[in-house]
Design a protein around this ligand. Structure first.
Ligand code: ADP
Ligand code: TRP
Length: 339
């Protein structure tokens, strides 16, 4: 019998989701899960132990529940292959992290860009920040996950995971299945290049929650009227031509892209609909209406999902995760003569 494969994703607790995060990261994951959950395991977990590398407040639990609700509101279809769990409730993650710490080297971890960025200029840096990628490797290797959809900023951590798994297998035998190379993962997910929603005020940049201007981004919890205003005041250009050209007309192209994604239409179809038009105001009106309908629908779905639904999914998911992770941990402990 062939082994049922696993797609695994770690969702950072994040209640402030932009339309960019949603269309670029969450929705593609939901589509991927819906397309494959009949014959693959889909592990969606909250890396809450990773969250505590920075200071956290009493909202963590509620925020975590809300984050998971986003998947359901985005259309994730639940079946027996979808597993929601919290990292902290599966102690094997921390155990394997420690064991992998004894394989990883300071040099390897010192090279991690995220560590360099987060520690730069700081007098004191906690060890968790340094060790972050090793815990992430444990998150992945415990489940023999082949596919790990992450943003480009996490590719380096994925490479490290492959390296640690490989080192381990060479020394102790084929214990871990390595995640596919980021390049091959992109192919599997059919996201060559990925989706990049632009900043509404400065379309040269990506839309980001960390940009200073609130008008530059649409938040998933924006009131629909607010979103309409933001789209109507989006920066365009003076070429008076509606066409898709990210290089010369990033503002207009961004609007076309958003229009396609929120209506679940092929981009090419939206481009053809607007070909030959030149009234930017009309396009903005249409996109504003689409986004407002989309947000209204999303927000009402989100409000309908009860906390209990998430807790039930976590209970089942954590039972599953513990059974898989503990089995793998036992194998690892055996080769280390810990058993
Ligand atoms: P932000 O810049 O909003 O803080 P993060 O760096 O936390 O976003 O990214 C979270 C996820 O959302 C990543 O998977 C990233 O690839 C995706 N993402 C972020 N911004 C965009 C965007 N403008 N368009 C598409 N995807 C995005
Ligand atoms: N490091 C990821 C991020 O910052 C979150 C994460 C933790 C993760 N463990 C993971 C993602 C394992 C995928 C697989 O977004």
């Amino acid at each position: 019998m062939t082994r049922q494969k696993t797609i695994l994703t770690g969702l950072r607790v994040n209640n402030e989701l932009t339309l960019g995060n949603f269309l670029g990261a969450l929705l593609p994951m939901v589509r991927l899960a819906n397309a494959h959950s009949a014959d693959m395991h889909i592990n969606i977990f909250v890396p809450d132990l990773h969250s505590i590398i920075s200071e956290i407040d009493g909202e963590l639990q509620q925020n975590l529940v809300t984050s998971l609700k986003y998947y359901l509101a985005a259309g994730l279809k639940i079946n027996q292959n979808i597993h929601f769990y919290r990292q902290s409730r599966v102690p094997a993650h921390s155990e394997l992290c420690w064991i992998l710490n004894c394989i990883a080297t300071m040099g390897e971890l010192n090279r991690m860009t995220q560590y360099k960025d987060k520690s730069e200029g700081r007098e004191s840096v906690n060890v968790g920040i340094f060790d972050y990628p090793v815990l992430m490797a444990a998150d992945i290797l415990l489940y023999d996950a082949e596919f790990v959809p992450v943003g480009e900023d996490q590719f380096q951590h994925l490479e490290l995971t492959r390296r640690l798994g490989e080192k381990f297998n060479k020394r102790f035998g084929e214990i871990f299945v390595l995640p596919a190379e980021p390049r091959d993962q992109a192919k599997f997910m059919e996201v060559d290049g990925g989706i990049r929603i632009r900043d509404l005020q400065n379309p040269e940049k990506k839309m980001s929650k960390s940009s200073a201007a609130p008008n530059s981004r649409i938040m998933m919890n924006d009131a629909p009227e607010v979103a309409i205003k933001k789209i109507m005041s989006a920066t365009t250009d003076s070429l008076a031509k509606i066409q898709f050209d990210m290089f010369n007309q990033p503002g207009i192209s961004n609007l076309l892209q958003i229009e396609a994604l929120v209506n679940d239409l092929p981009l090419q179809e939206v481009i053809s609909t607007w070909a030959g038009e030149n009234h930017y105001g009309d396009l903005k009106q249409k996109v504003a209406t689409s986004v407002s309908t989309f947000l209204t629908d999303f927000q009402s779905k989100l409000a309908e999902i009860k906390d209990e639904t998430i807790f039930e999914l976590l209970e089942n998911g954590e039972e599953y995760a513990n059974s898989i992770a503990n089995r793998k941990l036992t194998e690892v402990q055996q080769v280390f003569h810990l058993r």
